[in-house]
Every structure is written in structure tokens, then in C-alpha cells.
Design a protein around this ligand. Sequence first.
Ligand SMILES: Cc1cc2nc3c(=O)[nH]c(=O)nc-3n(C[C@H](O)[C@H](O)[C@H](O)COP(=O)(O)OP(=O)(O)OC[C@H]3O[C@@H](n4cnc5c(N)ncnc54)[C@H](O)[C@@H]3O)c2cc1C
Length: 391
Amino acid sequence: MTNVDVIVIGGGIAGLWTLARLRQSGYDAWLVESSGIGGIQSIASQGIIHGGTKYALGGKLGDSAKAIGDMPGVWNDCLNGAGEVDLSGVEIHTKTQLMWSTRSAVSRVAGFFAGKLMEDRMSPMARADYPAPFNHAAFDGVLYRLNEPVLNTASLMSELYQQLSDFCFKGNVILNADEPTRVTCQDRLSGESLEVNARQIVLAAGEGNESLLGQLHRRAPVMQKRPVHMTLLKSRQLPAVYAHCLSASANPRLTITSTRVDDATCWYVGGNIAETGINRNREEQIQACQKELQEVLPWMGFQQCEWSALMINRTEIQTPGNKRPDSCYVDAHGSVITVWPTKLAFAPRVASEVIGKLSEAGVTPSELQSARPEWPAPELATWPWLNTQWS
Ligand SMILES: Cc1cc2nc3c(=O)[nH]c(=O)nc-3n(C[C@H](O)[C@H](O)[C@H](O)COP(=O)(O)OP(=O)(O)OC[C@H]3O[C@@H](n4cnc5c(N)ncnc54)[C@H](O)[C@@H]3O)c2cc1C
């Protein structure tokens, strides 16, 4: 059996960023992923590196907005090749996304836009600079530019994997409560197992953390799921859009990001409509989204679009009332560290906190390099909407 310093379980953004930082710090660290590198939630996320603006729509800078405020700066350094992880090869969809309000919501948000609170995070755009589809005479709302980049999640995962593939293994991890640091990595196809012993393990398995904690007979920490019903539409005529549409509530009414699918532009629609859509079936959700888009962008024709929908869980530390946690969760119990990043954007903070927990526990880097056993590496995950059914 091989002995290493740390095993990270899960190859989503939390696991990959943590692995990168551990290896830089001299830890002999490996990662095990059961399906595809890129994770379940991470590859399916909208790729927005939030700075908290959307959490301040209620008019004040709450704990969520403060906690995430530093993240775009940390990511931008990485994207410029000058940060803690080199992301200079990642495709950036946009360096600044947009926030728009419909005419009916303008008066409500005017004070917020004008407030000091937001002045270094967003700036009003001159009408002459409005991009499509807002450069239309029928658009009578207001448009702001936010200092928040949007990344191509497939490119992000691929870039991280290129740097870390030597230390990644394919397999479904099974843990044993009597020996928590002994990791059994099962190849589902061959039925064979790889056994590795670590000084510390990091559970970064997203939704899979619940079952791993169960295998360790741990009742805490407890995970919550907050599903969203995302809508997808694609057409060659759609312009690429990266924007939040404001509503009367503190949540964006719609959050639209775009990717390329089959020579077409594909809009991926989240926001309030995705949160409220969890009790709608696929057809109902598509219809609800069509109605919303017609209301907020009435001059656009969506008749030529193909539609789809995706229900997916966000998994986080449990909070009272199943609310979104303000920050990421990282906690250590003996030799097991459990993490839920809450947001893609929080991955750098997760990794720093894991390293902090290791040093608190006296687990210092051994600077060893265990030889890689003969064992398959995981594939890269692909966007779930590449295999979806369109109608
Ligand atoms: C639709 C959607 C949109 C979002 N948009 C944004 C956004 O724009 N910006 C933002 O900041 N955040 C966003 N988020 C939140 C963000 O995506 C998540 O917080 C983050 O990606 C979670 O990362 P993770 O690594 O913990 O989990 P995941 O990405 O789910 O990765 C966990 C990995 O663990 C693996 N695994 C599970 N069990 C085992 C096991 N037993 N053995 C081995 N491997 C295992 C899984 O296969 C998976 O690959 C969004 C989330 C969703 C669902």
C-alpha cells in the first residue's frame, strides 16, 4: 500500500484547487475522482466569479457580499498568470458581466445603483456602448457593467487538469470508519481496488460527501441540497449574453450566461426562475422561461430556438432554513477535513483554509514524491447540456 500526505476525494473545483495548492506547498497529495474531472456542479455552473454584487441587491452589503468580495481579485491574478494557481490558459467568456433592469424595476433599483455601496463594483454604461441585445430602440431599461468575470467552465477544468493529471486517479472512494485515512479507490468497470493510506483526507466530493461521512459513521457536518432548474436555449441567431436581470426581489430575476453548442449560441438561464422552478416539470420550466424572456426582452424573437432544462443540486453545509451559506465551509474532525465551497468563486479560500487546518493539526509537508502506481486517470467531464435532449 502507498502512503501519501493527503488524499483529496472529488475532482470538482474544490478538490482541484486544493490539490494544486497542496502540491505547491510540498505535500505529497493525490486526488481521486469517481466520474469525470470537472465535477458535477463545477462543470455545470455558470462560471461567474461573483464579487457579491448580486447579494447586495437588497440595498446593503451583507455577510455574503463581504465574504465573496475579494474573490474576483484573486481569480483575476490567476487568470493573468500572476496568482496562486496559473489560469492564464483559461478561456474568459467576459471580463465584466452586465446587470440590467427593465423599465418597471428602474425606479426601485435607481437608488441602489446610485449608492456609494456599489460604486467601485459597477459602472453605468453609455447607451452608445450597449451590446446586443440591449442596443435596440425598444430597450428602455438601464445597463450596468460589473467587475465580475465569467469563465468557460470546461476550459477552467481542462487547464487545471493539464497541470495536475499526474496526481489524479479514477475510482469511487470507499472509506472505513475504523481506519478513516485508508482510502479504497474502486474501479467500477474492472472491480479492482487501489488502497492508499494518507495522513489526512479531504472530502471535496460535493454531494458525495454525505455518503462518505456516512461510511465514517459521522453525524456531522450535515449537508444541505438546494436544487435549481436551469433552462437552456440555443440558436445561431442568439447573441452571447452574460447578464443578471434585476427584479423587484433581492434575487436577480434571470441570470444568463452563454456557451457555444453545435455552432449555435446556447443561453444557460439561472436566477430566480431556476430557484422557483424546482417544482415545475421540464415542459413547465421551459414555458415559464419563455414567458420571462418574452417579458424582459420583448423585441427578441425566440421562436427559432431549441429548448432544454436541467435540474441539478447545489450542495452545501446545512444552514437554518436551508438558506445559502454566507461563505465556504471547511472543517476538520481528526484526520478528516470536509469542504463545501458554496460557490465556484470560493475555491481559493477553500484551499487556503485546508492548508491552515493541516498546519493546525501538525501535518507538515513531507516533500516526498510517491511513485504513481499503475492505475487509470479520470477523463475530463463535459458540459451536461452537450448530451441533453432538445425540443
Ligand atoms: C447550475 C449551477 C450554477 C452555478 N453557478 C455558479 C456560478 O456562476 N458561480 C459560482 O461561484 N458558483 C456557482 N455554482 C456553485 C458551484 O458550482 C459549486 O459551489 C461548486 O462547483 C462545488 O464544487 P465541488 O468541487 O464541491 O463539487 P462538484 O463540482 O460537484 O465536484 C464533486 C466531485 O466529487 C466526485 N465524487 C463524489 N463522490 C465521490 C467518491 N465517493 N469518490 C470519488 N469521487 C467522488 C464527483 O464525481 C464530483 O466530480 C453553481 C452551481 C450550480 C448547480
